[in-house]
Design a binder for this molecule. Sequence first.
Ligand code: GTP
Ligand code: MG
Length: 196
Amino acid sequence: MIHLEADFYAGAEKAEHFPNTQFPEIAFSGRSNVGKSSLLNSIVNRKKLAYTSSTPGKTQMINFFLVDKRWMFADLPGFGYAAISKNKREEWVKMIFNYFEIRDQLKMVCCLVDSRHDPQKHDMALIEWLENNNKKFIVILTKCDKISKDKIKSRKEQLDYLLSNCKNVVEVLPYSSVFGIGRDQLQAIIKKQIND
Ligand code: GTP
Ligand code: MG
């Protein structure tokens, strides 16, 4: 595992507040409570850099983190967070897709999918949008410590099959933020995408 230095850089509730930086950027996206903030903390090996919570909807803006003074990680709010108004939910979705569209320095989107369940409507909508808009992405199967090895294998096969026609997918990677499963591979993939 490589040690990465990471610090909070900026938070943005709208596009005007996205930081005006040119560092290559990696974004973390997926349904509310899927484990985006936990994954971000696990790759930089910090417990509380990005705030996590057992209640969904913890991340309510795009949080930017400067990593090793040369990359940026963006922690996005979750899709489908039920406890806010429909308007606010739609605003978040708009902001997230607007971010994907305008952020030229974005090198790859990490799409987090809960390994315990079949991919849901929001998961597939995100993946389809990225594929159709030619954005590079990786699918990360989160919370793998909660299922058996056989189940991890069959979930990965299911996603590999669903994505077999996608040109923009880099990998389908089982992950656990608790045990560090997949962390070294993810670090290596991020490094490669950033340097490409
Ligand atoms: P929002 O910001 O609300 O969209 O959520 P998020 O996607 O950032 O999820 P977060 O990282 O806050 O994690 C949600 C819950 O899942 C927390 O209780 C975490 O402890 C738990 N969790 C996240 N990753 C893992 C994992 O790899 N294994 C296990 N067992 N629990 C996890
Ligand atoms: Mg979060």
